[in-house]
Design a protein around this ligand. Structure first.
Ligand code: ZN
Length: 294
């Protein structure tokens, strides 16, 4: 795990990272983007109401007594507008769409604000400090309410990072209807929300070994497809389902190894765990805006 310090001074400029999940919002602080030392603050429930959520974020930042913000980064489970200033697709947070999120935070705190997809933020954290830091072609996968990912293709100082719809790739022969409306998506097997709807209990409560074997097989297939299409070499994996079932990783890796010939794909648990999107949100201020493809 990364070293998360507990008490930075409050007078120096700080970067704020915010991860807005479907259930909870969490904040973290750092004085420097060159080290993995982040202070994680208390979380609060994510509000479906945009104005209420904005107020909760402002209150949380103000309650820390922070007056010199160097930048705010926001990780959100949704697609961001091409200019990086607002949300355009957010199935779990529809009221956030097209609202001037970045501008309002910038105006309130007098500092630059960047937004990005949560998988993009997770990737930035793991690429800078975590499991994929030594790979030029790499991905970050989150297996939680949904199944999301981002990839980065880098050479020297040049890198391009983009979120991808890994959970909505179609698996041949799969007749299940996905919540997105398509038939056959990977996420019908791996998405926490769809698992709960299908089985009447959360994935974490399921102990049936055949269920998990099927889960690992399908997720491995989705990862091999990704590796074949992008030639990525490594994936940092996070999200509640994997973080609570870390033993699954070895089984997924076995299935991946059994399918691939002539190349390899290395899987590892995200070293920052659930904090990766918070750290990565702040790290948005360390990368040029044009390197993130929203
Ligand atoms: Zn789908």
């Amino acid at each position: 795990m990364l070293d998360l310090q507990k008490e930075p001074g409050k007078r120096e400029p700080v970067y704020v990272g915010i991860d807005i999940g479907g259930s909870n919002t969490r904040l973290g602080l750092s004085h420097s983007l060159d080290t993995p030392h982040f202070t994680t603050l208390e979380k609060f429930p994510t509000s479906q109401h945009y104005e209420q959520q904005l107020q909760s974020i402002m209150t949380a930042i103000q309650s820390e007594g922070l007056t010199h913000l160097a930048g705010i980064g926001v990780s959100i489970a949704g697609r961001i507008a091409k200019d990086g200033r607002s949300v355009v697709v957010a199935p779990n947070l529809p009221e956030y769409i097209a609202r001037p999120f970045a501008q309002q935070l910038s105006d309130q705190f007098g500092c630059p604000t960047r937004l990005a997809h949560d998988a993009v933020c997770g990737l930035l954290a793991e690429k800078r400090f975590g499991f994929i830091q030594h790979f030029d072609r790499c991905a970050y996968l989150t297996v939680s309410t949904g199944t999301g990912a981002a990839i980065q293709l880098a050479k020297a100082a040049h890198a391009l990072t983009s979120s991808i719809e890994i959970g909505h790739q179609i698996l041949y022969g799969n007749q299940r209807v996905c919540l997105c409306g398509q038939v056959g998506c990977l996420e019908t097997f791996t998405g926490g929300k769809q698992i709960a709807l299908r089985y009447g209990r959360s994935a974490i409560e399921i102990t049936d070994t055949s269920f998990w074997e099927d889960f690992c097989t399908k997720l491995a297939l989705g990862l091999v497809n990704l590796a074949m299409l992008s030639r990525i070499d490594a994936v940092a994996i996070s999200g509640a389902i994997i973080l609570n079932n870390r033993h699954l990783l070895a089984r997924i890796q076995q299935h991946v190894n059994a399918m691939m010939r002539g190349s390899t794909l290395e899987l590892g648990v995200a070293q920052a765990g659930e904090d990766a999107p918070i750290i990565g949100a702040a790290l948005l201020h360390s990368v040029p805006e044009e390197t993130i493809l929203h």
